[in-house]
Design a protein around this ligand. Structure first.
Ligand code: SF4
Length: 191
């Protein structure tokens, strides 16, 4: 059957945040997934999260575009490493600044990919997490949409967060224990 809904590119941050967002959006859009998460540290963790999302996508017959091209945005691993160096030298980078920078790179990459593929709508699974800076994600999504010339679909998916995790848990797929970057790993280890 032909899907007559408008196309939407969904930036997926991980498998756990994807199922319920995808379920809600497919009622209105023809959804393709998009992976661009160079914030994830270390490499082994990056691969585990990507593999979990790939497995979930295959099972759900959900098309997933995987982008690992850091030149698509100003955000890349070497830039994160430079920030790590600044922290070591005692120059602080606040969590809010760091997360804004992180969201910007990932959301912008999705918007640019949507534009390139003639997809008019885009959004991100980051909107499902109660642990993320929801207001900043919305602001950035709307601002980047204006800059790139595509539409950002805003929804407050947060009430679906735990139901989505349960789907992935029941499928015995990998579930991460920290947000992603080296700083969030250190914060988790401190706890
Ligand atoms: S805590 Fe999460 S959102 Fe913030 S910079 Fe690290 S990976 Fe990105």
């Amino acid at each position: 059957m032909i899907n007559v809904f408008p196309k939407l590119l969904l930036h997926s941050c991980c498998a756990g945040c994807t199922p319920k967002v995808l379920e809600a959006l497919t009622k209105e859009y023809n959804v393709t997934g998009y992976w661009f998460n160079p914030n994830i540290y270390p490499e082994e963790e990056y691969q585990k999260r990507l593999d979990a999302l790939k497995t979930y996508s295959r099972q759900e017959k959900y098309e997933l575009i995987i982008s690992e091209n850091p030149s698509q945005s100003p955000f890349d691993r070497s830039r994160f490493r430079r920030n790590k160096g600044r922290i070591k030298r005692g120059i602080s980078v606040s969590k809010t600044d760091r997360c804004r920078f992180c969201y910007d790179g990932r959301i912008r990459s999705c918007a640019e990919e949507a534009k390139k593929d003639n997809i008019n709508y885009f959004t991100t699974t980051l909107l499902v997490s109660p642990y993320q800076e929801h207001k900043i994600i919305r602001e950035l999504g709307e601002q980047i949409a204006r800059q790139v010339g595509v539409e950002f679909v805003y929804r407050d998916f947060r009430p679906m967060f735990y139901a989505g995790k349960t789907v992935i848990y029941n499928q015995k797929l990998y579930m991460q224990k920290y947000c992603g970057c080296v700083y969030s790993l250190k914060e988790r280890n401190k706890k």
